[in-house]
Write a protein that binds this ligand. Structure first.
Ligand code: ADP
Ligand code: ADP
Length: 223
């Protein structure tokens, strides 16, 4: 579903990715782990087409991210670690604007927003201002914005940071549901224990290189 080939990325002379290659199969949930500064955010931003690598390539569903960014955006949702909601908007407005930005036709937006809100258990919050929500509720709205166009791939950068255990458990359940719908997820964290309950694979990045890519089932049997 996501194919990364020899990806090299530089920030003004500082090499952040030194030739990353990985094949992420459809329907998997990938735990992207590694210490702070390893290159996790950079890799995700390249996958989302938000950063341009020095060399190498990424395809999503067979489509090259550099060559066809618009086509890739329709297949992909991305949630930054610095996500922010417009605090003065209602949940309904946040989701509607995201839907419009993703090119969903006006006449379909209201229904789509309702469906996403129901799916994320936010129906009774649709008229609330973003500023009046809890951290966990805001996180769900931000995920709603990232999945409102029903992408095949969802990239989430440190989604569990700052959440209490209950909100984290909700998030785990949500990821399992998205996977059951056939979505492919890449979820980053610098804390492995946040991810091992719902991830199918682990992708470890260290100093801009893949240090390990393994199925978690294989890990459990000691392989
Ligand atoms: P992670 O997400 O694993 O914490 P990043 O992808 O954010 O890692 O960073 C990888 C490396 O690139 C680090 O050495 C970091 O300091 C550097 N880096 C990240 N963003 C920038 C930037 N905007 N300018 C320069 N260096 C950066
Ligand atoms: P382009 O004009 O390069 O084809 P688009 O018009 O599709 O790009 O998108 C413009 C910008 O909106 C992108 O550079 C990106 O920052 C952002 N964007 C659009 N869709 C998505 C998405 N699904 N995930 C992440 N970012 C997106």
């Amino acid at each position: 579903m996501i194919q990364v080939r020899d990806l090299v990325f530089d920030y003004l002379g500082h090499r952040a990715l030194h030739g990353v290659s990985v094949d992420i199969p459809k329907g998997t949930v990938i735990a992207l782990v590694g210490p702070n500064g390893a290159g996790k955010s950079t890799l995700m931003r390249c996958m989302a087409g938000l950063d341009t690598p020095l060399s190498g390539s990424i395809t999503v569903g067979g489509v090259d991210v550099q060559e066809h960014p618009r086509e890739v955006h329709t297949k992909l949702g991305y949630l930054s670690d610095f996500f922010g909601l417009y605090q003065e908007l209602t949940v309904q407005q946040c989701l509607s604007y995201a839907a419009a930005a993703q090119g969903i036709a006006d006449k379909h937006i209201a229904k789509r927003v309702q469906d996403v809100a129901r799916f994320l258990n936010l129906t009774d919050k649709l008229q609330s201002l973003a500023s009046n929500l809890s951290r966990g509720q805001r996180q769900r709205v931000a995920i709603g914005q990232a999945i409102v166009h029903m992408p095949q791939v969802l990239l989430l950068d440190e989604p569990a940071s700052g959440l209490d255990p209950e909100a984290r458990a909700d998030l785990s359940a949500l990821f399992r549901t998205l996977q059951a719908k056939g979505m492919t997820l890449v979820v980053s964290s610098h804390i492995l224990s946040e991810l091992d309950e719902y991830c199918t694979h682990i992708l470890s990045i260290r100093d801009g290189r893949v240090s390990r890519f393994a199925s978690l089932a294989a890990t459990a049997t000691g392989a």
